[in-house]
Design a protein around this ligand. Structure first.
Ligand SMILES: [Zn+2]
Ligand SMILES: [Zn+2]
Length: 250
């Protein structure tokens, strides 16, 4: 079985509805043989989510705990017109910016065309790295259009293991659409991340609900950005160079 020892989407107690601290997450990751995790707590618009101080202060967390690289990030909320719930300056404190559409965030988006448009607009933000769970029952998007925009804007699209967790109140994934995402990655060349979306330490790196992806004839590890730690560290270095350059030209 293809083994992935990184996870670009995890939540801590700071999210308000997750149950482990950063230290517990790091130890949990170490015990599972993981080499890198991104801490991506929800943006401030989600009920119970952290306020902006949380993100501004995140840099005090060590870059490495128990030998696990800790990437400081966010899962921001996509709002109307593709705006995010942190300003560009606030996003600038972080190493990795993910974003997705979530309930109860006041996004005011009402149908597939609007979810698609907001997602595509969000991807135009040069600080955005990854769209979380682009496949979700509640907020369906036109995957082909989102895939095209991901390739154009160099944004990662996620396959989210937690979307298929049978213990969740409602599973949010749609298998046929997740498989379609694999095919679209081959067609357009954007990168995919395989993530847990862990809200408890034991779920870090838990990807078995995505076995239907690993077993698919369309699965190609070359398309998976978090297939190795080096892929991600190279990506993060390149991202920083690109954003520094952009800062200088403004
Ligand atoms: Zn999410
Ligand atoms: Zn999440």
């Amino acid at each position: 079985m293809f083994k992935i020892n990184t996870d670009l989407h995890t939540h801590t107690v700071a999210s308000g509805h997750a149950y482990s601290t950063v230290d517990e997450m790091a130890r949990g990751a170490f015990n599972k043989g993981m080499k890198l995790i991104a801490i991506t707590d929800h943006g401030p618009k989600l009920p119970g989510g952290p306020n902006v101080y949380h993100f501004g202060n995140l840099a005090i967390v060590p870059d490495e705990l128990y030998g696990v690289r800790i990437v400081k990030g966010v899962e921001a909320n996509i709002l109307k017109n593709g705006n995010l719930d942190l300003t560009d300056e606030e996003l600038g404190y972080l190493e990795f910016v993910a974003a997705g559409i979530h309930r109860l965030t006041g996004h005011n988006l009402n149908n597939k065309a609007e979810y698609t448009k907001a997602t595509i607009e969000a991807m135009k933000n040069p600080q955005l790295d990854m769209i979380t769970h682009p496949v979700q029952r509640e907020y369906p998007v036109d995957l082909e259009k989102v895939a095209e925009a991901a390739a154009e804007n160099n944004v990662i699209l996620e396959l989210n293991a937690s979307s298929y967790n049978p213990n969740k109140y409602k599973t949010r994934g749609i298998k046929s659409e997740s498989l379609k995402l694999l095919k679209l990655a081959q067609k357009y060349g954007f990168k995919i991340a395989i993530n847990s979306d862990a809200h408890f330490y034991d779920k870090i790196g838990e990807y078995s609900t995505l076995n239907f992806i690993f077993e698919s004839e369309y699965f190609d590890s070359e398309l998976i950005i978090n297939s190795t730690v080096e892929n991600i560290t190279n990506y993060l270095d390149e991202r920083q160079r690109r954003l520094n350059k952009l800062k200088k030209t403004v």
